[in-house]
Design a binder for this molecule. Sequence first.
Ligand SMILES: Cc1cc2nc3c(=O)[nH]c(=O)nc-3n(C[C@H](O)[C@H](O)[C@H](O)COP(=O)(O)OP(=O)(O)OC[C@H]3O[C@@H](n4cnc5c(N)ncnc54)[C@H](O)[C@@H]3O)c2cc1C
Length: 436
Amino acid sequence: MCVKILSITNRIEAQKLSDMEHFDTLIVGGGPAGLMAAIRASSLGQKTAILEKNASLGEKLLLSGRGRCNFTNAEDDMNEFISRYGDNGKFLYSAFSRFGPRETMVFFANIGVELKEERGKRIFPKEGGARRVLESLIAQCRKYSVATIRNSPVKALKIRNCRADCIITANNEYTADKYIIATGGKSYPKTGSTGDGYAFARQAGHTITDLYPALVPIRTAETWPKLASGCNLRNVRLHVLLDGREIDQRFGEMEFTNFGISGPIVMELSSHVPDWTKQEGELIFSLDLKPSLTHEILTARIKRDIDKFRGHKRFAGLVRSLVPAEMVRLIIELGDIPHDKPVEYISDEEIAEFVNLLKDIRMTVNGLWGFNNAVVTRGGVSLKEVDPATMRSKLCDNLYFAGEILDLNGPSGGFNLQICWSTGYIAGSVSKLSGE
Ligand SMILES: Cc1cc2nc3c(=O)[nH]c(=O)nc-3n(C[C@H](O)[C@H](O)[C@H](O)COP(=O)(O)OP(=O)(O)OC[C@H]3O[C@@H](n4cnc5c(N)ncnc54)[C@H](O)[C@@H]3O)c2cc1C
């Protein structure tokens, strides 16, 4: 209701602006990065507009954290925080030192979003989820008279003499002193993030690094995961083997899908798959269903169970006592022991094979699901061509970038939205370096 009223008022405002389409700061993209940039610029007195292709702002933000919006992370060791972004993380030192996770939490608390911390130091709004976050941001845009020009897909950015000259939409042209591209990446294109900004950046001479879906389910060569599709496993360990050698591993939750595997630890590993598949050798994920038990302890436990079940249970019953019900069929299919074999007839060799299976279920990685299912995009505007202190293009004087369009991505846990808040805030700041 509240958003609806705001949207009508903003449209009226946008219409009033039709005969004065020059702005101090013009932002392409009304997602989290664009909204933060707009709030910052307008609060500093800049006449600011957002051009948004959709009828409404922040569509992807509304989906974040399954609608609950894990908008940052309370990890307070900055080096640890930055390390979560891999090699490119060091680009964020400057932005985080001015507007990092702590400042983000204060900012949201000040605009009426109470916070709560959950597992893994994830920060969520205490109430209202993603909608509360979005409405609070839109309210700030209203407060500072940001013109939000919706239903306006930007078609082109014109560059002249190493400066952005104007922006062209289907119906209009807009000029500004400063342009901020915050069009997001290519993930979840149904939310409006269709990668348009990469073309604008290329028009300005920027390099776009290779783009991959990240935080995305993984496809396996084997088709059997579908036998346990939807089965959610907790406290398991995934070992990553390249050419038989362990190169990474994760402990936590995962699930089987119709085409392979998904869930938090799989999504996190997915961001590295493009690098691993460039190397020689087969990429295998090995699942340990009982990581806290050694082979010996698990063997002893199974033998105890067999003694207990002797005379009244078959192999399927033994399996059911060890794995979730949805996985029983899969485990029986993958092994050699008939489901109806009475437990007392299971040999020591069969027990050893069964233990090996529970601790080493192998899956061959056969690629990633596409951008439609990816939480974020890996790759983007090359960081070498952007000033980390201002987010200003090094190639084009009055052009800035913010958010997922940059070659930055993090794991789940609030790290990706933090990129947007920090780079958006910095891009929206009036840069002393440029004299703007
Ligand atoms: C399902 C899902 C859940 C997520 N959950 C979390 C989470 O809990 N925590 C977290 O940290 N991250 C999460 N993320 C990631 C996070 O949502 C993104 O990192 C973030 O939205 C990126 O913000 P952005 O402003 O850079 O781009 P976007 O949010 O993609 O916004 C870009 C905007 O630009 C507009 N646009 C694009 N092209 C044009 C054009 N040509 N003209 C005009 N407008 C244009 C788009 O319509 C869009 O509104 C999630 C992502 C998904 C898909």
